[in-house]
Design a protein around this ligand. Structure first.
Ligand code: FES
Length: 91
């Protein structure tokens, strides 16, 4: 999947690890590269398989699945970006 535009940082709440998500990669891809395997299916924001809780930051949601209430706590990490410099994931 082609992800565009800008880079941001993710931090994993449970381990404290911090990773940059470059403009041409998804959060899922960066996690995988660092040995953290998130289950995915469509990788395009349609199925909800990759739903992950976040604790801080403001995601830029790019999915077709979550409703407004879900979006307050969950992010689909195959397609979302971050509006804030850092997004803290409950991982
Ligand atoms: S893998 Fe389908 S929405 Fe992320």
């Amino acid at each position: 999947m082609l992800v565009d535009e800008y880079e941001f940082r993710i931090r994993l709440a449970l381990t404290g690890e911090v990773f940059m998500v470059p403009a041409d990669k998804s959060i899922v891809e960066v996690l995988r590269e660092n040995g953290i395997d998130i289950e995915t299916c469509c990788e395009q924001g349609y199925c909800g398989t990759c739903m992950t809780r976040y604790l801080e930051g403001e995601p830029e949601h790019r999915d077709e699945v979550l409703d407004d209430e879900d979006r307050e706590h969950y992010v689909l990490v195959c397609c979302a970006r971050s509006r804030t410099e850092e997004l803290v994931l409950d991982l």
